[in-house]
Design a protein around this ligand. Structure first.
Ligand code: NAP
Length: 512
């Protein structure tokens, strides 16, 4: 049975902004790091799903490359096995065969110039055989330490020069590890590509619920008038994980929560909530407004970091009824590590809309549950005539990013009965139930956008640099501090210091 939305889309595609007219032109996606985890778990399943939905042209091709030795056949087998493991299930053999005909593999060593001659030759063959017109999307899916080699060689060997088509490059996170390295990577990329060709991916922006923040704010008339300092007390942005570092201890030791989650994902959510209405939905209008928010952030001072930033590391504890070990006991983690697995920030955007409204951002591992949400807490009614006046029960609009995607509004209602008791109730919108169809995976959306040349949901060079600049005082203060890192038991909502960061009459962390 078709849902109302599907019927509407079919009958009136323009009205619903239908994606059916969004099929990508014939092109080759060149994946560096094609033997890796991201390719298997995300990139190939996303590309196959797009192919299955007829959103890719018939000549669509993938040229996988990494140091591992494989031929086309072996690559196709491996990718099929990944689909079995990570796909949505129920793979149609005919569709897979047709997709797999476009999968190719060429071994390469990022530092070896001769590898790129072979890659170029292979690309030219694919263009001829499959009509991909020199349209090329390079995807950096290797560890960041080899990005520089790959970008420079693409430039030297002119892989990025296309006579008849377009070339673009997608760069995976992390984009730098501080302001200087992000700037250096930007300069390296801009030596070879123009800014319009560079797609810095942040998969959070591909999530439907994140895009829905724009819809909620700018497709409805009732929210904008109250979306400001007059009505909003503060905003909490949370990205909590219940898992620990799993097998990524080696990577995480170099990153930490501030770099891994806050500089990118949480800052993106912050800008979407705080931005001014763009004049249109085109890429530059949206990205200009987001960048303005970052420019308005009140600088954090390195000598008073504790007033606006808190870090923590999980000790042993219990999550979901299961005992778990401390971060320092995880594999490939220094037993004396001071890497933060929890970070919280208090930010102010110094502009007319948000003056003196604090934004609290927090992210951590081994918290009680996996949940990402934005909670907009409104001011309390100016004069309460009811006796029950719990100061924490102010109206709250919660945008749930994952899981259980949706929006809820908390307000007070009279309880049934003769007396006049009020208590908080929730009005709830659930994304899945209302639209009756699966949300596209973030990588599907973003890969398709990159093939279509739409950078709206990708970070621009200035945004990345400013976001690092904002965080530098905190990163430096934490790196130079001799103090022991605060600990929190696994399964709790973070260290005690995080409570002190937010606490104020009527203000405390939510426990979603
Ligand atoms: N996995 C995820 O879920 C995820 C999520 C967000 C972002 N990312 C980012 O996406 C990128 C790829 O992630 P991944 O998990 O797929 O990484 P990965 O498995 O560690 O590496 C991908 C591939 O790169 C090649 N490689 C590794 N070290 C290399 C080196 N020193 N020199 C040259 N090639 C090397 C390896 O292939 P060969 O040994 O065959 O050359 C490997 O299969 C990373 O930047 C990561 O931060 C990943």
């Amino acid at each position: 049975m078709r849902t109302t939305v599907e019927r509407e889309e079919r009958e009136n595609p323009l009205k619903t902004g239908l994606r059916l007219d969004r099929s990508a032109p014939p092109c080759t996606v060149v994946i560096f790091g094609a033997s890796g985890d991201l390719t298997r778990r995300k990139l190939i399943p996303a590309l196959f799903n797009l192919f299955e939905q007829d959103l890719l042209a018939s000549g669509f091709s993938v040229l996988g490359s990494s140091r591992s030795r494989m031929d086309h056949q072996k690559f196709r087998q491996e990718m099929r096995a990944s689909m079995e493991e990570y796909g949505n299930g129920g793979i149609d053999d005919n569709v897979w065969r047709s997709f797999a005909e476009g999968l190719f593999y060429e071994p390469s060593d990022p530092s070896d110039p001769a590898s790129y001659d072979r890659l170029l030759k292979r690309l030219q063959e694919i263009d001829q055989e499959r009509g991909t017109s020199e349209n090329r999307l390079f995807y950096l899916s290797t560890p960041p330490s080899v990005y520089a080699d790959i970008i420079s060689r693409i430039g030297e060997k002119k892989l990025g020069h296309s006579q008849t088509g377009w070339t673009r490059i997608v760069v995976e996170k992390p984009f730098g590890r501080d302001y200087a390295s992000a700037r250096e990577l930007n300069q390296l990329l801009q030596n070879v590509f123009s800014e319009e060709q560079i797609y810095r991916i942040d998969h959070y922006l591909g999530k439907e619920t994140v895009q829905n923040i724009l819809a909620l704010r700018f497709a409805n008339g009732i929210f904008e008038p109250i979306w400001n300092r007059r009505y909003i007390n503060h905003i909490q942005i949370t990205a909590a994980e219940s898992i620990g570092v799993e097998d990524r201890g080696g990577y995480y030791e170099q990153a930490g929560a501030l770099r891994d989650m806050i500089q990118n994902h949480l800052f993106q959510l912050f800008t979407l909530v705080a931005m001014e209405p763009p004049v249109s939905l085109d890429a530059e209008s949206v990205r200009d407004e987001k960048t303005k928010v970052l420019r308005a952030v009140r600088p954090l001072s390195s000598d008073r970091v504790h007033e606006h930033a808190v870090r923590g590391q999980y000790a042993d504890g219990s999550v979901g009824g299961r005992r778990v070990r401390a971060y320092r006991s995880e594999d490939r983690v220094d037993p004396a590590s001071r890497t933060e697995t929890f970070a919280a920030l208090k930010l102010y955007a110094d502009n007319w809309r948000w003056a003196e409204v604090p934004f609290f951002l927090r992210s951590g591992k081994r918290l009680p549950r996996r949940v990402s949400e934005i909670a907009i807490q409104f001011r309390r009614a100016p004069h309460l005539i009811f006796t029950e006046s719990d100061p924490y029960d102010a109206n709250t609009l919660v945008l749930r990013i994952q899981p259980d995607e949706g929006i809820s509004l908390k307000f007070r209602a009279k309880m049934p009965g003769q007396s006049f008791h009020v208590r908080p109730v929730h009005m709830d919108f659930q994304y899945g139930a209302s639209f009756g169809k699966r949300s596209a995976d973030a990588y599907e959306r973003l890969l398709l956008d990159a093939m279509l040349g739409d950078p709206t949901l990708f970070a621009r060079s200035d945004m990345v640099e400013i976001s690092w600049k904002i965080l530098m005082p905190v990163l430096e203060a934490w790196e130079n501090s001799d103090e022991e890192i605060p600990f929190y038991p696994a399964g709790s909502w973070g260290p005690r210091e995080a409570d002190e960061l937010i606490e104020f009459p009527g203000r405390r962390w939510r426990m979603p």
